[in-house]
Design a protein around this ligand. Sequence first.
Ligand SMILES: Cc1ncc(COP(=O)(O)O)c(C=O)c1O
Length: 438
Amino acid sequence: MITRTDSRSTALRADFPALAQEVNGHPLAYLDSGATAQRPQAVLDLERAFLETTNAAVHRGAHTLAAMATEAYEDARERVARFIGAATPDEVVWTSNATDALNLVAYGIGNATLGRGGHEAKRLALEPGDEILVTEAEHHANLVPWQELAARTGATFRYIPVGDDGTWSLDEARTLITPKTRVVAFAHVSNVTGFVAPVAEVVELAHAVGALVVLDACQSAPHRPLDVQALGVDFAAFSGHKMLGPTGIGVLWGREELLNALPPFRTGGSMISVVTMETTTFLPAPQRFEAGTQPVSQIVGLAEAVRYLETAGMPWVQDHEEKLAQRLLAGLVEIPGIRVVGPPLGMPRSGLVSFDVQGVHAHDVGQYLDAQGIAVRVGHHCAMPLHKRLGLTATTRASTYLYTTDDEVDRFLEATAQVRGYFGVEGSADPATSGGGR
Ligand SMILES: Cc1ncc(COP(=O)(O)O)c(C=O)c1O
């Protein structure tokens, strides 16, 4: 039995009203934070207070509320910039989520390829024969926009293949990053396998051939210290709702000179410098990417979520979740008929574990657990190519956060151990696939 590590998380739980409820007659065990995290009372309160006292459109009004809202909006940008180690707050662009942020980069490069953005944008333009490289493990949000960009520009879409456990190696990256590579886009942490990418090494390979590195930080920014400058990437994207913040708000970070070279994706109000009936000039970053009225209450909510995470301490968050992941893994590999995907026991992985229960569809596993108050995610987790490569159509994923306790993990393991018996498939486990992930 792995020793308990969770006294702090037990104390923090009092801050999260959603965790105090019962679901289907059982205390809720929320193991789906990889999809959307719960929000602490401080975030809920701050959003409400903002709406009650400060609600106004930013950067436009001459009145007091507009000035207060603008200040809160820009303070939030500063806080998020500090949290991720940005060189300046101007490197932080508000988007509606990570998907939106990744599309912003892909469509910006597409617009540069169409000749938009003037001289500075030329360095970002693609040509037929240029290569865009992703991995086979990507979430669709960091795959489809690049596939589409390749289709629109004539560039070639390539990918780093994964091995039988769903992880990929630096050796493969080394072979596939060539002088033709212009963009390398990959997840810092996989939302399916928990694999942590060798970011610095890939950055070195990519920059040696002049390629841009786009990091999907959706599963890292909420769960481990993130320093975009130390990592050396060019762009990074993440979502507020996965890091104790509101839905409807995401972040694109980009190096300042790149953001200012990138033509805008969405155009309209608030992002222009001068508009005539003939032509339009755009504001510098970040405003050039923030067309239209912004989700200000979500943005201040996100800044409060960041404050909460800073107080908890990101090194502790990472350590706590990694221990929970090993506890999850150690329990799952003991259950007959379960195949865990991702790094084996004892190897680094973030705080989530996906698995297949032989003979039982993931949706049935999810329903069985839900009946006991245990919330997990089931399906292909927006990573269909990865699941296809693993020979699976769906998996069940348990994902943790700073408020997850050992007891919740143990309840989940006990319930999961009953699944095959409940569905009448016990005893028919294929020994070749049982206990994968060891
Ligand atoms: C690795 C990864 N990338 C991208 C996304 C997309 O995030 P969003 O739906 O918030 O845009 C997710 C969300 O599940 C994710 O886990």
